[in-house]
Ligand binder design. Structure first.
Ligand code: 1HE
Length: 266
């Protein structure tokens, strides 16, 4: 894939390997990776470009003990923003998170510690979430006298359902461990390092043809926004392209001549 050198970043650190797995690391641990306006601009820059640079999968992880403490409350407080100013901030958050969700490259979030407020909005824009034993999820906006502004009303409500999201916001309810998996906040809960498991998942996903992953990591989200009739039509168009690609032909040939893998429960 292309070199990551041209990126000029202060709050994110990037690295890649020969397989095209990119690590995007939130690198402001002294502020618990709180999202200031500049970090959001960096996320937009990174996730606008990575899909066109040959990235095969992304692991989004964090330095320090906490994944992300959400909106930078200090910056927000100091700036005393007007309503329209904060509305524009939210639009930038949406830009960043839409680039992630709809970008066509699998993003695996490696979670730990606090995944709260805007941190949960960031995590919910990834395609797969892996939690470790320290991970906890919350939407403390209600208690702070705030409201979600980075897409939680869409993505967190999608993950956990409207009733649970309202409960989280009204009461500050915290989810963790098995319960977090059960309600859909994360798909994996590991005993060891979520970074390591996220890398394994990224490597697995990166073995799929890029065109298949593009469809999985953009078409499904787009189709959720459509009527059932339109989604079914769009699905047939996407399947028409994906299911006739040379890479699928090769894999099907292997299945037919019995050299391809079988689906087994273990
Ligand atoms: C921060 C932030 C932040 C920490 N903005 N600076 N999010 C929240 O309501 C969560 C706010 N944060 C916390 O509840 C706690 O900081 C944590 C549970 C995440 C971590 O606790 P702890 O004891 O490890 O750290 P700390 O002592 O609270 O904070 C360490 C430093 O990080 C401290 O800075 P310092 O200069 O005094 O050392 C904190 O100020 C700083 N810090 N969290 C700014 N969030 C688009 S709308 C989205 C709306 C929301 O996201 S609302 C939810 C906001």
């Amino acid at each position: 894939m292309d070199s990551l050198k041209p990126f000029n970043l202060k709050y994110l650190v990037l690295s890649s390997d020969d397989d095209g797995i990119v690590q995007v690391v939130l690198s402001r641990p002294e502020k618990r990776n709180a999202l200031n306006a500049e970090t959001i601009e960096e996320l937009i820059d990174v996730f606008s470009k990575l899909p066109r640079m040959g990235a095969r999968a992304v692991v989004l992880r964090a330095e320090g003990d906490h994944f992300c403490a959400g909106l930078d409350l200090v910056e927000h407080h100091e700036q005393q923003r007007r309503p329209e100013e904060f509305m524009h901030i939210c639009l930038r958050w949406h830009e960043a998170f839409n680039k992630m969700e709809y970008g066509g490259v699998p993003i695996i979030a490696a979670l730990k510690g606090a995944v709260v407020g805007g941190g949960l909005e960031l995590a919910s824009s990834a395609h797969i979430r892996v939690a470790d034993q320290s991970t906890y999820f919350a939407l403390p906006e209600g208690q702070r006298g705030l409201f979600t502004g980075g897409g939680a009303t869409i993505r967190v409500a999608d993950l956990v359902g409207k009733a649970r999201m309202i409960d989280m916001m009204l009461t500050g309810r915290v989810y963790q461990q098995d319960e977090a998996v059960q309600v859909g906040l994360c798909q994996y809960l590991v005993d060891g390092s979520s970074d390591d498991r996220a890398m394994e998942i990224a490597r697995l996903a990166a073995q799929n043809p890029p065109l298949s992953n593009f469809a999985i990591c953009s078409a499904i989200s787009h189709m959720q926004n459509m009527s059932a009739m339109d989604a079914a039509y769009a699905e047939s168009v996407v399947a028409g392209i994906v299911n006739t690609q040379p890479a699928s032909n090769e894999r099907l040939e292997a299945f037919v001549n019995k050299s391809g893998p079988r689906v087994r429960p273990d």
